[in-house]
Design a protein around this ligand. Structure first.
Ligand code: AP5
Length: 212
């Protein structure tokens, strides 16, 4: 049983590591960002509502997100653990988990300076089909614009423009960073310098999870 939260600024590598950890521990990877983007692509009511907030680099309202995550956590495959990527992002969202009686084992706080975030996000491309994440120079696909894993055409996210990234960082520092103290008080916070290679960061997380 492993119940993880990945915390950190945009571009910290939460999605990259979450994918590997979910495979390693055979637990579902629950990404609120991926779920919202899927809604936008499919043109659902959720997607239509979320799009204007996401394009501006703002947070989607708490009530929309909390319902979405609670519904997902109630599904049978979460009974033996899960990995939350991008949730909670406000103290209200974290309190909603407590109120619902959701237990957490570790909160991994991935620390990356703002300037590194801008470099990482300005070169990112993602696979809309299998979710694999690439970077123009830091981890480029073997064939330009094509996913190494499934062969789909890679896309660049609408919210990775520099102005929007800067706003996402402001929103992170204002609304999400307070969760560091929130989880530190509960004894669940595991701090990690997330500036190394993807493998180094992955091994660092494994050590934190094993030591507890
Ligand atoms: P979301 O999709 O959650 O985006 P985010 O938190 O801003 O994080 P990112 O996905 O941008 O980055 P990441 O940390 O996953 O990094 P990645 O692994 O891709 O949310 C998007 C929007 O949805 C929000 O702005 C908001 O509007 C809305 N939303 C979502 N959840 C919400 C919630 N709970 N409440 C309200 N609104 C919500 O890596 C980034 C790049 O760096 C890649 O190119 C990668 O290849 C590269 N990279 C990764 N690791 C390394 C490394 N170690 N070294 C070098 N490069 C690396």
């Amino acid at each position: 049983m492993l119940r993880l939260i990945m915390l950190g600024p945009p571009g910290a590598g939460k999605g990259t590591q979450a994918k590997r950890l979910a495979e390693r521990f055979a637990i579902p990877h629950i990404s609120t960002g991926d779920r919202l983007r899927a809604g936008i692509r499919a043109g659902t009511a959720l997607g239509v509502k979320a799009k204007e907030y996401m394009d501006a680099g703002c947070l989607v309202p708490d009530d929309v997100i909390i319902g979405l995550v609670q519904e997902r956590l109630n599904q049978a495959d979460c009974a033996n653990g899960f990995l939350l990527d991008g949730f909670p992002r406000t103290v209200k969202q974290a309190e909603a988990l407590d109120i619902a009686g959701v237990m957490i084992d570790h909160v991994i706080d991935m620390e990356v300076p703002d300037d590194d975030v801008v470099v990482r996000l300005s070169g990112r491309s993602v696979c809309p089909s299998c979710g694999t994440v690439f970077h123009l120079t830091l981890s480029s696909p073997k064939k330009e614009g094509i996913c190494d894993k499934c062969g789909a055409k890679l896309i660049v996210r609408d919210d990775d423009k520099e102005d929007t990234v800067r706003n996402r960082l402001r929103v992170y520092h204002r609304s999400t960073a307070p969760l560091i103290a929130f989880y530190e008080e509960k004894g669940l916070l595991r701090r990690l310098d997330a500036v190394g290679t993807v493998d180094d960061v992955f091994n660092g997380i494994l050590r934190l999870v094993e030591v507890g």
